[in-house]
Design a protein around this ligand. Structure first.
Ligand SMILES: Cc1cc2nc3c(=O)[nH]c(=O)nc-3n(C[C@H](O)[C@H](O)[C@H](O)COP(=O)(O)OP(=O)(O)OC[C@H]3O[C@@H](n4cnc5c(N)ncnc54)[C@H](O)[C@@H]3O)c2cc1C
Length: 204
């Protein structure tokens, strides 16, 4: 980021509230603090929170159910518990270097906190690097969809995203795989353990 700022990028940090629309596209981004940025182009790289921004806009535009962003990406949660180790004890256990014994110690402890870690999951676990398809929104793009495997693409994905923004694409296969899907793809992608099995509401 420092390098980008060094060549003239203006970098602002804040919480996006909603997109402000004009006749044929997005004219601004309204922040939760009330400020508005005027835009020529918007690229959402908002991961699992993308539908939080787009759903309200889709409601306003009466976008059909089957054409909405939630048919493309699902916010998926990964559940973690954390147990804080007493450092001396951890040192001792590490010294003991008995993995099985360490594991037993873990399960006898009460987790100190619980957290859900979110990512956006595509039906076939591809990325979604594309223009938003609704014809009224000519300047809205998405770079989302990770299926818990997109962190590793950080060093290279930017070039591909810029190609989409510039309208040159990334070749037939990538453009097809990373496109907004009209039909639900068959099967799941590379990692079966990421296949979504339950809705959060099933657990409440
Ligand atoms: C527990 C866990 C383990 C993982 N392990 C791996 C791994 O080993 N290898 C791997 O490759 N990938 C891994 N991943 C997946 C990887 O982290 C994601 O696929 C990747 O981060 C997705 O990138 P993204 O840019 O699409 O979304 P994110 O990284 O989620 O970024 C979205 C950003 O948008 C911001 N945002 C959202 N809404 C707003 C708003 N309204 N206003 C302003 N900002 C907003 C968020 O704060 C966030 O910074 C893991 C994920 C999790 C949760």
């Amino acid at each position: 980021m420092a390098e980008a700022v060094g060549i003239g990028v203006s970098y602002k940090c804040g919480n996006v509230g909603r997109l402000v629309l004009r006749e044929n596209g997005v004219k601004g981004v309204k922040m939760k603090d009330g400020s508005v940025y005027k835009v020529d182009t918007v690229l959402l790289a908002t991961g699992a929170w993308t539908s939080e921004i787009l759903s309200a806009m889709e409601d306003g535009l009466n976008v059909k159910e089957e054409e909405r962003v939630e048919r493309q990406i699902t916010a998926a949660g990964f559940h973690r518990t954390a147990i804080r180790m007493v450092p001396e004890k951890l040192q001792q256990e590490t010294l003991d270097a008995i993995v099985a014994k360490l594991f037993l110690n873990y399960v006898q402890r009460t987790p100190e906190y619980w957290r859900m870690c979110w990512d956006s999951v595509m039906p076939a676990q591809d990325q979604l690097v594309t223009k938003y398809p609704y014809s009224r929104l000519q300047n809205l793009y998405l770079a989302v969809g990770g299926s818990f495997q997109s962190w590793k693409f950080l060093p290279i994905i930017g070039e591909y995203v810029v190609n989409v923004l510039n309208g040159v694409g990334n070749g037939e296969e990538k453009d097809r795989r990373w496109a907004w899907k009209v039909e639900k793809p068959e099967g799941w992608g590379a990692h079966e353990k990421v296949v979504l099995r339950r809705d959060l509401s099933d657990l409440e």
